[in-house]
Design a protein around this ligand. Structure first.
Ligand code: PEP
Ligand code: MG
Length: 881
C-alpha cells in the first residue's frame, strides 16, 4: 500500500486533481491564495480505490491518517468533534476528479449528537438553529449513510408545518424542531433497530464509507457513461469544518457564476438564500433570490464576493462556479470550479476572454467541446409560429433551446415513450438525480419548483437540453399525471412546447426554425479555421446541398453519391429502363437518355463549387434498389415500359440477392456493365467542359466504390480515362482530374499498396468498412448493438464512433501501405464517422488530408481537427492537398 492518503487543505494545490478530486484540489488552492475557506482535509481517490480493493473496508492505516488529520483540524479550529462546549461540526462531501454535480453524496453537520447539540446551543445562544442543524443531520445521515428514505423524514416535517398552519421551515420554533429531532431519531430506531449513533467518530467513518459507496450508485454510473468519465477513477472525500448560513438574517448561502452560464454575459450571476444551508439552494426546496438582491441586502459582502470571484477567474483563467456561505456577516468560500455553461455561453466567454487578454486563441479553441457545438447549431422556434402560439405560462429560462413534445410526468414513462419513438417533454415538480435517464430521453424539461441553479437547470444545461424551471403557477400533479393551471388541465400525452431561452411554455407543438449563428460563433470559427490544417469537406449530392455546405464552411465536397441523382422523379423511369434492358444496345439507349440529366447535375455542382474539390462517386448500390417490389407498382412499370408483367417480374427476380450489401454493387456493377460508368464519366466530362467554357474552375475527383482487388480499379480507371480524355479532346479543353477509390473493404486495406498504384486518392468509406470489418449488417445491427453496449461488449455504436481498435487498425494499415507506394497519396474519410469528434481526431493522427461529413457537422469536425492539431499528436506531413 502506498504512502499518504489524507491531505490537509493547507498541503494541496490545484494541479492535484487526480488525487484530491476537483473540489479538494480547489479548496487547497483557495487556501493557498489566502481566501476565506473553512479548513479541513481531503481523503484521496486512491483511498477510495483501496476501499474497493480491500472488500469495501477502510484499512486501519488510512483510518489512522484520518484520525491524525482530525486532531490537526480540531487543534486549528480550537474545537472538538462531539464536545458539549462549542463543538466542531464538519461536512463530508464527495469530490471526483471530474465534476459530477448532484451525482454523489454529501452529509452536513456531522458531529452532532444529544450532547454536542447542547454545546452548540451554549456557544450560539440559538437553540432553534442548533435543533434545526441536528434534524438536518439526522435526515441526511440516515438517507445517505444508512439508506432510509428521506420522504419518511419529510413527512414528519410537513405534518409539523401543517399542524401549525405554516408554510416555511424557517417559521418552525425551537420547540417544534426539538420534537422533530425526537421523531427523527425514532424513525432511525424503527428502521434500523439501533439508536442514532452518538459517537461522532463512528458517524464520520460511516459517512466516509457512504461517500465512497456513492461513487458506484446507479445515477453516478449513468452520468459517467454519458460524459465519458472512466468508471475506475474513484472519488475523494472532503471533510471540512462547517460554517452556517442558517444562523439568522445576517447569514445565508448561495452559488454564483463569474459570468452568466446561459448567455455568457460578463456579469456576476447567481442566487442565494438568507438564513439557509447550501442544499436548500441546490435542491430547489426554496426559491432563491437573485444575487443582485445581495447587493442591496448586504452591500459589503456583495463587494467582497465580487472581488473574490473576479480574482478566482483571473487565477484559473476560466469562468468559475462558486459556492459561498455567509455566517453572521462573514463570507466563506466553500467551492470553486470551472463553471458548466451552455455552448452559446461557452463561445461568448471564450471569445471575450481572448479579447480581454485572459486566454489565447488556442486556449479558446480547446475550451469548446466539439459536441457542444451541436447546441448552437440546434433549431429554435419559427418566429411567426411562436408569435401565434398560445403561452400557457412562463418560468425561469433555465437552459436555452426550443423543444416540442408530449408531456410525461415520470422519468420511467419518459424513457419508455421516447423509446417508442415519441418526442417527450418531462414535467416534474422538481427533478432529482434519480430522474437523469428520463432527462436524457426527453427533448425538454419543465419543473414547477426550483431556481436557475436547481438540479433540473444545471443538468439540462450540461446536456444542452431546453429547460424551463420554477413554473410556480403550474400545479404539477405527478399522481394524476396532469398539469392544472387556472381553468386548464394538460393531461399526460398532450403536446407542449418550451423555449428554454425565454422561459415560455406554449400549448401544442410549435414548429422549429433554422438557427442564426451569431457573430461570436463566426469569430470563434474563424480562429478554428486559422488553426486547423486538415481540410473539412462535406457530403452533398447536388448543387443546393453543396451551397449549404459551403455556407457552413466546407472546403469542398468529399462525397457526392451519384445514385441520389438517379432517384429523382424524372430520372427514375430512365434508370429503370436501363436496368431492365436485357441487351447492351437497349441499355445504351436508356443510358444515352440519362446522360443529359447527369451532365446537368454535374454542371450545376461544378458551378456551385467553382474550383473547390469535388469528389464524385460512381454508381454504388445494387440495381434492384431502383426497381419496385410490390405487384401494383410492377404492373404499372411493365405497362410504362411496354413489357409483359411476367418478363419484368423475372428480371426483378434475376436481380434480387440474398445479401445485396455484399452482392452485385459498387465497381462490380461496372465490371459487368461498363457502359454505366462510361455514361457517368462522360456526363462528368461534359458538365465540366460546359462549366469551364463559362469561366468556372473545375477539378473533379472521380471515385470508384467498393474496390477489393487492384485489377477492378485498373480496368475501370482505363475506361474512365479514355472516356474523359476523348470528351476533353473533342472539346479542345484541358482539365486536371483525378481518379481514386473508396477504401471500404478489408481486403482493400490489406492490399492498399497495390491499389495505390492505380489510385490518385483514397477515401475511406468507414460505413462499409465497419460493416465488413465487424461482419455487422449496417441495416440490422441496430437490433442488437444496444445490448452490446449495456453488456459492456462495445462501448459505443461502431457505426457512429469509429472503432479505433479494430476498424481503425485497418485504416491505419491502408494509410501506411498506400503511402508506401505513393508517399503523397491524398487521403480522406467520407463515412458517417467523418463528423464525429473522436474519429476526426483519430484521422488527424493518421495523417489524413481531409474528413468529409454532413453540412451541419462541419463546424464540429473543424473544431475537432483544430484541437487535434493543437494537441500536437498529429502527423501533418503532406496534409495540405
Ligand atoms: C461508406 O461506406 O462509408 C460510404 C461513405 O458509402 P455508403 O455509405 O454510400 O455506402
Ligand atoms: Mg460504402
Amino acid at each position: 500500500m502506498r504512502g499518504k492518503f489524507v491531505y490537509p487543505f493547507s498541503e494541496g494545490h490545484k494541479d492535484m486533481k487526480s488525487l484530491l478530486g476537483g473540489k479538494g484540489a480547489n479548496l487547497a488552492e483557495m487556501t493557498a491564495i489566502g481566501l476565506p475557506v473553512p479548513q479541513g482535509f481531503t481523503i484521496t481517490t486512491e483511498a477510495c480505490n483501496d476501499y474497493y480493493d480491500n472488500g469495501e473496508l477502510i484499512r486501519p492505516e488510512i483510518l489512522q491518517e484520518i484520525d491524525q488529520a482530525l486532531i490537526f483540524l480540531e487543534k486549528e479550529q480550537g474545537k472538538c468533534l462531539g464536545s458539549d462546549q462549542d463543538p466542531l461540526l464538519v461536512s463530508v462531501r464527495s469530490g471526483a476528479v471530474f465534476s459530477m454535480p448532484g451525482m454523489m453524496d454529501t452529509i452536513l453537520n456531522l458531529g452532532l449528537n444529544d450532547k454536542s447539540v447542547q454545546g452548540l446551543i451554549a456557544v450560539t445562544q440559538n437553540d432553534r438553529f442548533a435543533y434545526d442543524s441536528y434534524r438536518r443531520f439526522i435526515q441526511m445521515f440516515a438517507d445517505v449513510a444508512i439508506g432510509i428514505s428521506k420522504d419518511k423524514f419529510d413527512a414528519v416535517l410537513e405534518k409539523a408545518k401543517e399542524a401549525k398552519g405554516i408554510k416555511e421551515d424557517t417559521e418552525l420554533s425551537s420547540q417544534d424542531l426539538q420534537e422533530i429531532v425526537t421523531a427523527y431519531k425514532n424513525i432511525y430506531l424503527e428502521e434500523t433497530g439501533e439508536v442514532f449513533p452518538q459517537n461522532p467518530k463512528e458517524q464520520l467513518v460511516l459517512a466516509i464509507e457512504a461517500v465512497f459507496k456513492s461513487w458506484n450508485n446507479p445515477r453516478a454510473k449513468v452520468y459517467r457513461r454519458l460524459n465519458d468519465i472512466s468508471q475506475t477513477l474513484g472519488t475523494a472525500v472532503n471533510i471540512q469544518a462547517m460554517v452556517f448560513g442558517n444562523m439568522g438574517e445576517n447569514s445565508g448561502t448561495g452559488v454564483a457564476f463569474t459570468r452568466n452560464p446561459s448567455t455568457g454575459e460578463n456579469k456576476l450571476f447567481g442566487e442565494y438564500l438568507i438564513n439557509a444551508q447550501g442544499e436548500d439552494v441546490v435542491a430547489g426546496i426554496r426559491t432563491p433570490q437573485s444575487i443582485e438582491r445581495l447587493k442591496a441586502d448586504m452591500p459589503n459582502i456583495y463587494q467582497e464576493l465580487l472581488k473574490t470571484t473576479q480574482l478566482l477567474e483571473k487565477h484559473y483563467h476560466d469562468m468559475q462556479d462558486v459556492e459561498f456561505t455567509i455566517e453572521k456577516g462573514k463570507l466563506f468560500m466553500l467551492q470553486t470550479r470551472n463553471g458548466k455553461r451552455t455552448a452559446k455561453a461557452a463561445i461568448k466567454i471564450a471569445v471575450d476572454q481572448v479579447r480581454e487578454g485572459l486566454i489565447s486563441k488556442k486556449d479558446a479553441i480547446m475550451r469548446i467541446k466539439p459536441s457542444q457545438l451541436e447546441q448552437v447549431l440546434h433549431p429554435t422556434f419559427a418566429p411567426d409560429d411562436v408569435q401565434r402560439a398560445e403561452c400557457l405560462t412562463t418560468g425561469l429560462p433555465a437552459s436555452p433551446g426550443a423543444a416540442s413534445g408530449q408531456v410525461y410526468f415520470h422519468a420511467a414513462d419518459a424513457v419508455r415513450e421516447a423509446k417508442a419513438g415519441k418526442e417527450v417533454i418531462l414535467v416534474r415538480q422538481e427533478t432529482s438525480p434519480e430522474d437523469i435517464e428520463g432527462m436524457v430521453s426527453a427533448k425538454g424539461i419543465i419543473t414547477a419548483r426550483g431556481g436557475m441553479t436547481s438540479h433540473a437547470a444545471v443538468v439540462a444545461r450540461g446536456m444542452g437540453k431546453p429547460c424551463v424551471a420554477g413554473c410556480s403557477q403550474l400545479l404539477v400533479d405527478e399522481v394524476r399525471k396532469e398539469i392544472r393551471i387556472d381553468q386548464a388541465t394538460i393531461k399526460e400525452g398532450e403536446f407542449l412546447s418550451i423555449d428554454g431561452g425565454t422561459g415560455a411554455v406554449y400549448i401544442g407543438s410549435v414548429p422549429m426554425a433554422a438557427t442564426n449563428l451569431d457573430s461570436d460563433f463566426r469569430t470563434f470559427m474563424s480562429w478554428v479555421d486559422e488553426e486547423g490544417d486538415m481540410k473539412v469537406r462535406s457530403n452533398a449530392d447536388n448543387a443546393r446541398d453543396a451551397r449549404k455546405a459551403l455556407e457552413f464552411g466546407a472546403e469542398g465536397i468529399g462525397l457526392c453519391r451519384t445514385e441520389h441523382m438517379f432517384f429523382d422523379e424524372e430520372r427514375i423511369q430512365l434508370v429503370r429502363e436501363m436496368i431492365v434492358a436485357d441487351k447492351l444496345e437497349t441499355r445504351e439507349k436508356a443510358l444515352a437518355k440519362l446522360l443529359p440529366h447527369q451532365q446537368g447535375d454535374f454542371y450545376e455542382l461544378f458551378k456551385a463549387l467553382d474550383g473547390k474539390s469535388c469528389t464524385i462517386r460512381l454508381l454504388d448500390p445494387p440495381l434492384h434498389e431502383f426497381l419496385p417490389q410490390d405487384t401494383p407498382s410492377i404492373t404499372k412499370l411493365a405497362h410504362q415500359l411496354g413489357l409483359g408483367t411476367h418478363l419484368l417480374e423475372k428480371r426483378i427476380c434475376d436481380l434480387s440477392e440474398f445479401n445485396p450489401m455484399l452482392g452485385h454493387r459498387g465497381c462490380r456493377l461496372a465490371i459487368t456493365y461498363p457502359e454505366i460508368y462510361k455514361m457517368q464519366a462522360r456526363a462528368i466530362a461534359k458538365g465540366a467542359i460546359q462549366a469551364i467554357q463559362e469561366g468556372y474552375h473545375v477539378a473533379p475527383e472521380i471515385m470508384v466504390p467498393l474496390v477489393s482487388v487492384v485489377d477492378e480499379l485498373r480496368i475501370l480507371r482505363q475506361l474512365i480515362t479514355e472516356t474523359v480524355d476523348q470528351e476533353l479532346e473533342e472539346a479542345g479543353i484541358s482539365m486536371t482530374y483525378r481518379i481514386g477509390t473508396m477504401i471500404e473493404i478489408p481486403r482493400a486495406c490489406v492490399t492498399a499498396d497495390e491499389i495505390a498504384q492505380e489510385a490518385d486518392f483514397f477515401s475511406f468509406g468507414t460505413n462499409d468498412l465497419t460493416q465488413m470489418g465487424f461482419g455487422f449488417s449496417r441495416d440490422d445491427a441496430g437490433k442488437f448493438l444496444g445490448e452490446y453496449s449495456e453488456k459492456g461488449i462495445l462501448d459505443k455504436d461502431p457505426f457512429q464512433v469509429l472503432d479505433q481498435k479494430g476498424i481503425g487498425r485497418l485504416l491505419e494499415m491502408a494509410v501506411k501501405l498506400g503511402r508506401q507506394t505513393k508517399h503523397d497519396l491524398k487521403m480522406g474519410i467520407c463515412g458517417e464517422h467523418g463528423g464525429e469528434a473522436a474519429t476526426v481526431s483519430f484521422c488527424y493522427q493518421q495523417g489524413l488530408n481531409y474528413v468529409s461529413c454532413s453540412p451541419f457537422r462541419i463546424p464540429i469536425a473543424k473544431l475537432a481537427a483544430a484541437q487535434a492539431k493543437i494537441s500536437q499528436v498529429g502527423n501533418s506531413s503532406s496534409r495540405n492537398q
